[in-house]
Design a protein around this ligand. Structure first.
Ligand code: ZN
Length: 217
């Protein structure tokens, strides 16, 4: 007997509830904690970066959990490709704890996924994270950016190509946004060209300053 796709999914969920859950950060057994074990959580330490590709001048405007490796890398991969949405709660909370109050952030804006990618994955991990961070900061999460054209996958391109690939690829809706300051949120930053293209779109909508938060770089 073959089950319809919906039925099969429910059976999987049912079975999963009885299996020992593993921590995606260390592969240890997960107790009552959701998402990550206590030991892995303790390794998520947010910090303000002063040097980044986002500005030629040293200034603190980027919060991150650090380089894309170790627990952070494994947790990000589990969130994106394993669909472990409870990780968005853990990772978003860790990131939010590092946002300086003096920034006076009034809204959190997620970097949009390409609509086709979002359909395939079923969710935009940056939007999930942005909702958690916004709730923690007590400000609205505003999905005010949209992609105006399809772009090639950044991971397959060199740095100079990446800048060209995403330049002018985003548009911001000024009706949804405060005049500033806003926090732009993405999961992973490589060269920063996507974040810069989004910042330009926000600036075009009259939003300044724009601060950045990424889980890893
Ligand atoms: Zn762990």
């Amino acid at each position: 007997m073959s089950l319809p796709p919906q039925g099969r999914f429910e059976v999987q969920d049912f079975l999963r509830a009885f299996l020992p859950r593993r921590c995606p950060g260390c592969d240890g057994q997960l107790g009552r904690e959701a998402g990550l074990c206590a030991g892995c959580r303790a390794q998520l330490r947010p910090r303000v970066e002063r040097y980044s590709p986002l500005s030629p001048r040293p200034q603190g405007h980027l919060v991150t959990l650090g380089p894309y490796r170790g627990v952070t890398r494994r947790a990000v991969r589990a969130l994106k490709f394993g669909g472990a949405r409870e990780l968005a709660e853990v990772l978003g909370a860790a990131l939010a704890a590092g946002i300086p109050a003096v920034w006076g952030v009034r809204a959190v804006v997620p970097v949009p996924l390409h609509p086709r990618r979002e359909r395939e994955r079923g969710f935009n991990q940056s939007a999930l994270l942005a909702e958690v961070v916004a709730a923690r900061l007590g400000v609205p999460c505003v999905p005010a950016l949209r992609r105006t054209r399809a772009t090639a996958q950044q991971a397959r391109l060199h740095a100079a190509e990446r800048v060209m690939n995403v330049a002018g690829a985003f548009q911001a809706d000024p009706r949804l946004l405060p005049s500033g300051p806003v926090l732009l949120l993405d999961d992973v930053m490589t060269t920063g060209s996507t974040l810069l293209a989004c910042r330009d779109a926000l600036a075009g909508a009259g939003v300044t300053p724009v601060y950045f938060a990424v889980l890893a770089h």
